[in-house]
Design a protein around this ligand. Structure first.
Ligand code: HPA
Length: 247
């Protein structure tokens, strides 16, 4: 059987890859426990592609309860070496309004209390991976080139700020994140990216902007509703199948 060309981790609003054919369902167990749900492996554009819903297929896991280590190790165990993370986010700066797709190149971690390393258990050798460039450059390049070939608009770059959730942020928190240099805000980008680096997986993020972050849009009093988030994710995701086929 040919190797898995790409593993995709889906975020809020993205629980299946619609055009995955001949799907086989795997239930891997890992040394870190059980992943968020089954891994669906199928064919896409002539390649084997794996898909895992980060929050579970019924969106039952909040961001801080996701077993990020089990998810990544499960994908690694079935032979994946390249992971494309789909992350639903809020937009902070002007290029990142609702329905924009972006491939960020930096991140800031504001999460706390999450197991954020594979060296957690006592007795494991501690590793200090380089994380200056948190996403794999070559995979990011491929994502950006694929978007161009597929004629799908994608912003190249941006800084992803990972917050704890599950609540959304206050306006003051978003104002601080803007001052810090964040363009996007989401709840699941970390520790996933760091764990991928520790595990030696290629990893890039495809961020789907669902809403203006608190106070960031033209109407500072706007209330963010789940329906708006889901509607915008659905609309922004229209270009995804073509982008993934090109990738
Ligand atoms: N903040 C954090 N995470 C998010 C948001 C947001 O505004 N929108 C979608 N995911």
């Amino acid at each position: 059987m040919d190797p898995i060309a790409l593993a995709v981790i889906g975020g809020t609003g993205l629980y299946r890859l619609a055009d995955l054919a001949d799907v086989e369902t795997l239930q891997p167990e890992t040394r870190f426990g059980t992943p968020s749900g089954p891994v669906r492996v199928g064919r896409l554009a002539g390649h084997r592609v794996a898909f895992l819903a980060r929050h579970g297929e019924g969106h039952s896991l909040p961001p801080h309860r996701i077993n990020y280590r089990a998810n990544l190790v499960a994908l690694q165990q079935i032979g994946a070496t390249r992971v494309l993370a789909l992350n639903t986010v809020g937009g902070i700066t002007e290029r990142f309004g609702p329905r924009v797709l972006a491939c960020p190149d930096q991140l800031i971690d504001y999460t706390w209390g999450r197991v954020s390393t594979i060296c957690e258990e006592s007795g494991t050798e501690v590793i200090h991976v380089d994380f200056g460039e948190p996403y794999t450059r070559a995979l990011r390049r491929e994502v950006i080139d694929a978007a161009q070939r597929a004629n799908v608009a994608l912003v190249d770059g941006g800084c992803y700020g990972a917050t704890q959730g599950p609540r959304l942020e206050t306006r003051a928190e978003i104002a601080r994140m803007r001052r810090d240099g964040c363009d996007l805000v989401g709840m699941t980008g970390m520790p996933e990216a760091a764990l991928a680096r520790e595990l030696g997986l290629d990893y890039a993020c495809l961020a789907i902007v669902a809403n203006w972050a608190a106070g960031a849009g033209p109407d500072p009093d706007e209330v963010i509703t789940l329906q708006d988030v889901l509607d915008n994710v659905a609309a922004a995701s229209e270009g995804l199948p073509a982008l993934l086929r090109a990738l």
